[in-house]
Design a protein around this ligand. Sequence first.
Ligand SMILES: O=P(O)(O)OC[C@H]1O[C@H](O)[C@H](O)[C@@H](O)[C@@H]1O
Ligand SMILES: [Fe+2]
Length: 216
Amino acid sequence: MELREPGVCTVDVASGELRGATGRYMKTLRDLEGLYEDRAAYAALVRVMGDTVVYAVSDYRPSADAGDMIVGVTRMRPGKVGREFFMTRGHIHARADRPEIYYGESGRGVMLLESPAGEIRTVEIRPRTLCYVPPYWIHRSVNVGPDELVMTFAYPADAGQDYAIIEAAGGMRCRIVDDGRGGWATVDNADYRPRPADLVARIMGRTERAGAERQP
Ligand SMILES: O=P(O)(O)OC[C@H]1O[C@H](O)[C@H](O)[C@@H](O)[C@@H]1O
Ligand SMILES: [Fe+2]
């Protein structure tokens, strides 16, 4: 058995970055086509800030071995498309039985979770909130505050991400929108198509990296 050296990184909350990260990736508003309900508002916003980074991830990946871990930091810009808050693309783990934890560092967020059968959960993330995302839940982070949302996360190194599960269903079952009173509300996504029972059963049995798409 090969022995690895300990890893040390620093969470820089102010910049929303993991110092000592081995990888990073980001999504601009232009990359997030099809995510938002208000297509006209999205197109108008892309014209003025299409190249703006909506979220950036820096992570430390010792290996992709089963039993190893990936830790990292996500920084999300505040903003809205129409009434809908900025969010990550969202995914289920390609090995769907793998969990994740998120830890709020700064800002106000919501973790939106959906089971393959379409049950919805929301968890408010404030500084020092530790959110456990159990296996088999589709998850997406939403910045519902006026400031940057910074979260530290950790998940098994062989989990992988499957983004197609959300696209195939027309998005997640619910959307997180501005409630007009400084808070957020959950509304139904009119484009959502529930998964048939046999597909739900197949996902719930999924421990292989079926739909894995590599993150850069
Ligand atoms: O993968 P996305 O849905 O684009 O979300 C962006 C990132 O959010 C979190 O930080 C997760 O832990 C990452 O695994 C994920 O990549
Ligand atoms: Fe994840």
